[in-house]
Each structure stands twice: as structure tokens, then as C-alpha cells.
Write a protein that binds this ligand. Structure first.
Ligand code: ADP
Length: 424
């Protein structure tokens, strides 16, 4: 650039010197200088028009030859153009590669702009949801109208994926996971989970059927066992085995009952039989049941309720969840121990807590307590007659009520199980 500029300066100085010499020789210095300036201006205009014509040609043609500063201008613009073209090609290659990858994906990928309108989608999304090229720019809610998708999309809490039947093929089950990126744009990943869903359905049906089918033979067995136990002719050698058989059939009945409760929770729609439930009478009846269960253990079971708190929910399910927590406290707290049931609320939530001064639970077990059949101590568990399903039932019921279970415990001091129901 500087080279061209100094060459131009040199050329201009020589030109001015020639003009001055001619002006001096002819005695018309001003006139010759005017003609010189005009000639230089015409030269500049000519170069500018060459530049303009070259730029307008828009092809990869080499720039016109020029000397001085114009040579530099032509060369620099040419290099800039080539650099930009190269950058554009690189970017296009990246875009093509990303498009190739998303086209090869089995999962649907949808990009939405800040308004939630369709911007880009891959062939899998097209196949699963039936988009067409003309749909670009339309709101995604026009295509996935399911009320659960609409509220999931609008609420904006995308921490968990959403599972729904496909809007295009009712036999397919899809999973939607939304992620925010850029300037409030959204990326939706759509997975076909029909197979997993069917397997899960089979598992649920299998457990429900097996539990149901086991009920009748078990009732027959326990009926005969009772008759045998009442039979005085059997002699003392049979007493212990019969007692154990009765205990085990009772355990099996409890287990089957809990399995049926769980499978019912899994198979019935959330919101089934929901109404406003006054919690005070419900908790009083649970306390009475707990006192009956506590029996000889003479535990102190207290209940405190703040005002007349009501919850929108399924009464049977809530009874089952609260009762499981209280029954656990009775089971695991030693004789003469203290159990407190408390109900209160603040601006955001309603709380129901069961605390006891029982053996407590080591911290490492707490995150796993709500897993099915998870037991802190299997031997203690069988002596207390637990099924290992109680807290799994509690967790399921709470999930169905948008609530969560919080557990705090200290070994040797006791445990607190708190159900937190958001008031919205
Ligand atoms: P279970 O039928 O064995 O009681 P749960 O799912 O109700 O099954 O409980 C899981 C485990 O959590 C129990 O086996 C027990 O070890 C522990 N647990 C539950 N409640 C209490 C409690 N109040 N105090 C101490 N341990 C408890």
C-alpha cells in the first residue's frame, strides 16, 4: 500500500514539475497548471470507472493492470475478495457437513427461531412429524398440538424429556427433549421410543397379571393354613412350621398387594379421580391406624396440623403414600419411641413430615431408598415384615402430584421424611 502511495507521489511530483516547466516556458503558468489538474482528475475518474466495471463483473477475473496507488487498490480488493470467497467456501463446507450428519441421524433434529417457528429440520424429523418445505417459518405448535407438548413447550422447563404418541402415527411413541441455545432459539431432539415404550408396557402388564394371578392361589393356601393351625389334632411339632408358613404367606400377600398398587399407579392416567382433599381427617385416620399397628410397642405418635389445609389430588393415593411413611416409622422405631406427624404450609408449598427417633439411616443409602426392593438391612427388613416397595410407592404417588420426597436422617438419632407439594 505504502509502496503504491510513494510511487503515486513520485509520479505526481514529476507531473507537477513538468507542468511548472511548461508553464514557465510558455509564460502561461496558471493555465498549464489548470490543464494539468484537469488531466490528473480525468485519469483518476478513468481508474475509478475501471474499478467499478471490474467489480460489477462479479466473476473471478484478475483485476485490470494499473500503476501507482490504483495498482494497490485493485490488488487489495482482489485479495480481500479471494479471502472472503475462501471463508465462504469453508463455512459452506461446515454447513454441508453438519447437514450430512443430521441427515444421517435416526433421531429428529428441529431448530426453532426465538418465536418458536420452524427454521431447520432433518429428514428424520420430517418423517416422524410430517413437515414439508413450505412449513418453514410456521410455529411448531401447529404441528405438535398435543396439550402436554404445548404446556411443556410454553412453560420452558426442559430439564426432563417429554413422551407422547406421535402426531402422525398413533402407534409410535416419541420422546421430545428441548434445549435452548443462541438468542433464545431452541433445538428439539425427537426420538422414536416405540420399542422401549412397548417393552415397558409389557413389563407393567406382566407384573400386573402375575400379581393378580397369584392372589387367588395365595388366598386358598392361607385359608387352608388357617384351618390347619386351628386343628388341635396336629400336635405341637406342626405348630412352628404352620406359624412360619402363615407368616410367609402373609408377607407374600403384602408384597402382591404393593406390586398391584405400584402397577396401578403406573397404568392409570395422572389426575385420575382428583379432588380437593381436606388433609386433617385423612391424617387423623392414618394416626389411628398407626397406633393400632404400634400396639404393644407403646410409641408416642403425635399429629399437628396447621389450619384446614386441602390438597388437590387422589385421596386413595395420598392415603397410601402418607400411610407408608407412618407405617415405616412405626416399624423401624423401637418400643416407646417418638413419632411426629406434621402438616403445615408456607407461600410456595404444603408440607407433610413424619419424623421419628428410630435408628436413622446412613447417608449413602438415602438416594437409593425409593428404588424398588432397596433395603438398608435385609435381615432387619424381613423381621419387620417389609416388602421393600413402600417408599417406591410414596415416590410414585408424589410424582403424580408434582411433589417430591425429602429425606434427612442421622444414624442413632432418627429420620425425617418430608413430602413437599407445590401450591400452584
Ligand atoms: P420396607 O417395606 O422394607 O419398609 P420401604 O421402601 O418402605 O421398604 O423402605 C426402604 C428401606 O428404608 C427400609 O428397608 C428401611 O431400611 C429404610 N427405612 C424406611 N423408613 C425408615 C425409618 N423411618 N427409619 C429407618 N429406616 C427406614
Amino acid at each position: 500500500m505504502l509502496q503504491g502511495f510513494s510511487a503515486e507521489l513520485k509520479r505526481l511530483s514529476i507531473f507537477v514539475a513538468i507542468c511548472l516547466l511548461l508553464g514557465w516556458l510558455t509564460g502561461h503558468l496558471l493555465l498549464v497548471l489548470d490543464i494539468g489538474v484537469l488531466a490528473y482528475l480525468v485519469y483518476m475518474l478513468w481508474q475509478m470507472s475501471r474499478l467499478n466495471r471490474w467489480l460489477l463483473r462479479k466473476n473471478d477475473e484478475e483485476p485490470p493492470e494499473a500503476a501507482g496507488i490504483w495498482g494497490d487498490v485493485f490488488d487489495n480488493i482482489y485479495h480481500l475478495q479471494r479471502h472472503q470467497r475462501q471463508e465462504k467456501e469453508n463455512l459452506q463446507a461446515v454447513i454441508n457437513r453438519v447437514q450430512e450428519i443430521t441427515s444421517a441421524l435416526k433421531d429428529g433434529v428441529i431448530l426453532l427461531d426465538w418465536r418458536g417457528h420452524l427454521d431447520f429440520w432433518n429428514p428424520a424429523a420430517q418423517r416422524l412429524l410430517g413437515f414439508h418445505t413450505k412449513d418453514q417459518g410456521l410455529s411448531v405448535i401447529n404441528f405438535i398440538r398435543h396439550p402436554r407438548f404445548v404446556s411443556y413447550f410454553e412453560e420452558g422447563n426442559y430439564s426432563e424429556p417429554l413422551e407422547l404418541p406421535s402426531p402422525r402415527f398413533s402407534s409410535k411413541q416419541l420422546q421430545f427433549q428441548i434445549t435452548r441455545f443462541g438468542k433464545n432459539e431452541r433445538l428439539i431432539l425427537v426420538r422414536d421410543i416405540t420399542q422401549i415404550h412397548n417393552l415397558e408396557q409389557m413389563r407393567q402388564d406382566f407384573i400386573a397379571n402375575v400379581s393378580h394371578e397369584l392372589r387367588t392361589p395365595l388366598t386358598v393356601i392361607s385359608g387352608y393354613l388357617e384351618t390347619l393351625a386351628d386343628n388341635n389334632n396336629l400336635g405341637p411339632t406342626w405348630q412352628k412350621p404352620l406359624q412360619q408358613m402363615q407368616q410367609q404367606t402373609q408377607r407374600m400377600a403384602l408384597l402382591i398387594n404393593d406390586l398391584l398398587v405400584l402397577s396401578k399407579l403406573e397404568t392409570t392416567e395422572v389426575g385420575h379421580n382428583q379432588k380437593l382433599i381436606p388433609l386433617d381427617p385423612l391424617l387423623h385416620s392414618i394416626r389411628n391406624e398407626a397406633m393400632a399397628l404400634s400396639g404393644d410397642k407403646e410409641q408416642e405418635i403425635t399429629l399437628s396440623c396447621d389450619g384446614n389445609i386441602q390438597l388437590l389430588g387422589n385421596e386413595k393415593e395420598l392415603h397410601s403414600a402418607f400411610s407408608n411413611l407412618v407405617v415405616n416409622a412405626v416399624k423401624y422405631t423401637p418400643a416407646k419411641g417418638k413419632i411426629a406427624m406434621r402438616l403445615w404450609k408456607d407461600k410456595q408449598n404444603c408440607y407433610f413430615a413424619v419424623s421419628d427417633n428410630g435408628p436413622g439411616i446412613e447417608n449413602k443409602h438415602i438416594p437409593r431408598l425409593t428404588e424398588r426392593f432397596y433395603r438398608v438391612d435385609a435381615s432387619r427388613n424381613s423381621s419387620t415384615g417389609g416388602t421393600g416397595l413402600g417408599l417406591a410407592i410414596v415416590k410414585h404417588v408424589l410424582l403424580r402430584h408434582d411433589a417430591e420426597l425429602k429425606i434427612t436422617s442421622e444414624v442413632g438419632k432418627g429420620s425425617v421424611f418430608t413430602c413437599v407439594f407445590p401450591l400452584h
